[in-house]
Design a binder for this molecule. Structure first.
Ligand SMILES: Cc1ncc(COP(=O)(O)O)c(C=O)c1O
Length: 336
């Protein structure tokens, strides 16, 4: 199969691209190296931004081409993906149904109603809750079939917008990094990894554009081998879809040491990382993804995973909206 041109794949403009790459001078100085840069995918525009906007530019174009009347997606209660999907859908005049999965036992009231869930409601998405004893993917598949039987044309977007179409958004991100006007030669890229599409897209983009910079994921949910396999499977199918060389399994690296007690549960390292980036650079991370991602990055620096002279790009995947749903986690840990 010949290599597809990314520009020929249907895409709808939803966000502010390219996102800026900034030098984190204060933190780089404070740590004494490496030189840390940040790609501001928290500033992708739509509905306070985040990494899903890139994916949704391709996914929503596919939905529109298929004449979807309703977009259905799934996510955790504080899903940033759900919020961005609700925003994209309302913008395009498509209805949106979000099926929320309860991954945290007995969460505080803010977790259930503030942050992303609050914005889902502002965007008038319909919200359903997956029963506790059900697998959310199976439950959503059943709901989609029921709704289709009623005569509605449904487009289903998997959790995190992670499939070979959504991942194209992060193939495009590599294109942006290569063509950034500052022309910085990075030695490493690092970011938080969850449903896998971001890292899969970056790794597929690395192959597609022949950009040989290592990319490390910090897992926020699954063990290393499971996460790496998820990323590999999706990156492989994205490469096959694009008709470029397929990556080797050894190119996928994810660490699982920073998840803490579980997905969406705060860790001290996440709180420290969030406070550090806020204090030194006035940039907000989020408690579930970018906060744990940055905490992992800080720990790897302390273990000399990078050379002091390296230029390392942290991809800020967004999510700060959920800080409001996690105020309780910071109790007693902020200056009063
Ligand atoms: C803020 C934020 N960062 C990172 C991720 C992880 O990206 P991915 O699901 O593509 O692995 C997510 C996913 O939901 C997210 O919302």
């Amino acid at each position: 199969m010949s290599k597809k041109n990314l520009k020929d794949i249907p895409r709808i403009k939803l966000g502010h691209f390219p996102t800026p790459i900034e030098h984190l001078k204060n933190i780089s100085e404070y740590l004494g190296g490496p030189q840390i840069y940040i790609k501001r995918d928290d500033c992708t525009g739509l509905a306070t931004g985040g990494n899903k906007v890139r994916k949704l530019e391709f996914l929503m174009a596919d939905a529109v081409n298929q004449k979807a009347e309703l977009v259905v997606t799934i996510g955790a209660v504080q899903s940033n993906h759900a919020r961005q999907t609700a925003a994209a859908a309302t913008l395009l005049g498509i209805k949106c149904l979000i099926i929320l999965e309860h991954r945290i036992d007995s969460p505080p009231e803010e977790y259930l109603n503030s942050g992303n869930v609050f914005l889902d409601r502002v965007f008038e998405a319909q919200i359903e809750h997956c029963p506790k004893d059900r697998d959310v993917k199976e439950y959503a598949a059943e709901r989609v079939e029921e709704i289709k039987k009623e005569g509605t044309n449904v487009y289903f977007i998997p959790g995190g917008g992670s499939n070979k179409i959504g991942a194209l958004g992060y193939v495009e991100c590599i294109n942006e990094i290569i063509h950034d006007p500052q022309g910085i030669q990075f030695d490493h890229i690092i970011h938080g990894t969850g449903s896998s599409g971001t890292q899969a897209g970056l790794l597929a983009g690395r192959k597609y554009f022949n950009y040989n910079v290592p990319i490390t994921g910090i897992s926020v949910r699954f063990k290393k081998d499971i996460q790496e396999e998820k990323v590999f499977t999706e990156a492989k199918s994205t490469c096959e879809f694009l008709g470029c060389d397929v990556l080797d399994r050894s190119e996928v690296v994810a660490f699982d040491d920073y998840v803490g007690p579980g997905y969406g549960l705060p860790t001290d390292a996440m709180i420290e990382a969030t406070k550090l980036l806020a204090k030194k650079e006035a940039i907000l991370l989020d408690p579930v993804y970018s906060g744990k991602g940055f905490a992992g990055f800080m720990d790897l620096i302390s273990k000399n995973y990078f050379k002091k002279t390296d230029k390392v790009l942290f991809i800020h995947t967004g999510g700060a909206v959920s800080l409001f749903a996690y105020e309780w986690a910071f109790k007693g840990k902020l200056v009063s």
